[in-house]
Ligand binder design. Structure first.
Ligand code: UD1
Ligand code: CA
Length: 454
């Protein structure tokens, strides 16, 4: 089946009161339109046309590398007019699927069903709503066949009482749409070219229209305001938390986790409250995440523990490591098996070897640290001279005393010892002791200054 997807995204989103086009606002950390494009692409070999208008340039820029076509609808004259902008690109014999940039949680499975239902005639996705206000109503005849869609503003009292509404999502033959769309009229309460009018048109030509009920109102919900965005965000977070728990993850409170991207967990992972996961995060077997942590684009291997209030971004963490509390791992951090990064330690572009420890109050950036190294409290790699960044290399089993400044570029050999309080500017040989600090003088009988009389 040839599938041409049209995504409507030209509307202004007035009620968002935003300079950002509505479809670029995120749900679960991903712009709404990106979610729709991803879902459409998961249907197989599809051709995607996005109809843009308000904020067209920003939308184009954001998705320039996605292999989708953009067509501009200069004036928003209605959903029928919007789809008509894409009609010149319909491929012969294609099934056209109409989606919306502001209906981000639609599921591929439902779209597959809709496309299958559109084999003989148009198929539209409908949903039952307790409060159908604002939506187009699905009018069926006495034997249940879809007759037409009537927009709220064009509806009489009987029609308004119908609780089955149009989600807007539909699938139909591109050849039929290309014939029907140019013939739509705007003779209605809103003076718009309604896409929904193709339903009546199809029926009058004797082509039955299928109605496929959406299983879950969330997947067909649209976002028109910040409040709806926030509601949808909560609903999505709830859904994601539930599927993690169903897969065996312990969430100490499923209402206090936010996944803005994708989180994959191996068995027996436990996540304490108020954790945020951004981008792509994966956690190995038995990983434990303490409360109030932020993890972004990182992988943590089996058995690693992250204590409270830690931030990990762009890091690759090996097995059985311990991180935090209050640690910050920045991009390019790699921890090997059993490494420890403790409280108030910041790392960046740093490879830390197996079993090495940086337990307290240190900055280790642009560094290669060997195995079983002990880095004392208050150690700083001085990696930046104001212009360039330089590397610090520390060999296996080195011992760096507390409050050491390692002025890069510099190397500390394997097994070397650095005395506390040293400022190291030259290479230290393996197994050597380096002491680089002012010598202590003791002056006996020292008289403290006394306060002057006024
Ligand atoms: C539409 C349907 C209605 C359905 C409802 C579901 C029509 C005529 N009505 O109504 O039956 O119940 O969706 O939410 O289709 N858009 C454009 N260009 C335009 C007009 C709209 O790109 O010229 C886009 C908008 O950005 C929006 C979407 O299409 O994302 C829907 O448009 P909107 O005007 O909100 O449709 P509704 O009046 O809600
Ligand atoms: Ca409208």
């Amino acid at each position: 089946m040839t599938i041409d997807v049209v995504i409507l995204a030209a509307g202004k989103g007035t009620r968002m009161h935003s300079d950002l086009p509505k479809v670029l606002h995120p749900i679960g950390g991903i712009p709404m339109l990106e979610r729709v494009i991803d879902t459409a692409m998961s249907l197989g070999e599809v051709q995607i046309t996005v109809v843009i208008g308000h904020g067209a340039e920003l939308v184009r820029e954001r998705f320039a590398d996605r292999g989708v076509r953009f067509v501009e609808q200069a004036q928003q004259l209605g959903t029928g007019h919007a789809v008509a902008q894409a009609a010149p690109y319909f491929r012969a014999g294609a099934n056209v699927l109409v989606l919306y940039g502001d209906v981000p949680l639609v599921k591929a499975g439902s779209l597959q069903s809709l496309l299958s239902a559109a084999d003989c005639g148009p198929a539209l996705m409908s949903v039952e709503m307790a409060n159908p206000a604002g939506y187009g109503r699905i009018v069926r005849d006495s034997s249940g066949r879809v007759q037409s869609i009537v927009e709220e503003k064009d509806a009489d009292a009987d029609t308004l009482a119908i609780s089955e509404v149009n989600t807007g999502i539909l699938a139909a033959s591109g050849d039929l749409l290309a014939r029907w769309l140019p013939e739509l009229s705007c003779d209605n309460a809103q003076g718009e070219y309604y896409l929904t009018d193709i339903v009546g048109r199809s029926v009058s030509e004797g082509i039955a229209v299928a109605g496929v009920l959406a299983s879950d109102p969330l997947e067909v919900a649209g976002v028109n305001s910040r409040a709806q965005q926030a509601q949808m965000e909560r609903a999505l977070q709830h859904q994601q938390a539930t599927s993690l728990m169903n897969a065996g993850v312990t969430l100490l409170d499923p209402a206090r986790i936010d996944i803005r991207g994708s989180l994959t967990c191996d068995t027996d992972v436990s996540i304490d409250i108020n954790c945020i996961f951004e981008g792509t995060v994966s956690l190995g077997k038995g990983v434990k995440i303490g409360p109030n942590c932020l993890l972004k684009n990182c992988h943590l291997a089996d058995g690693t523990r992250v204590e409270a209030n830690s931030i990990i971004e762009g890091a690759e963490v090996g097995e059985t490591c311990t991180i935090g509390p209050f640690a910050r791992l920045r991009p390019g951090t790699e921890l090997s098996t059993g490494a420890k990064v403790g409280n108030f330690v910041e790392t960046k572009k740093a490879k830390i070897g197996a079993g090495s420890k940086i337990n307290h109050l240190s900055y280790v950036g642009d560094a290669l640290v060997g195995e079983a190294v002990n880095i004392g409290a208050g150690t700083i790699t001085c990696n930046y001279d104001g212009v360039n960044k330089s590397l610090t290399e520390i060999g296996d089993q080195a011992f760096i005393g507390s409050n050491t400044a390692l002025v890069a570029p510099v190397t500390v050999g394997a097994g070397a010892t650095i005395a506390a309080g040293s400022t190291i500017t030259r290479a230290v040989d393996p197994e050597a002791l380096a002491v680089a600090r002012g010598k202590q003088r003791n002056i006996s009988g020292w008289q403290r200054p006394t306060k002057k009389q006024k």
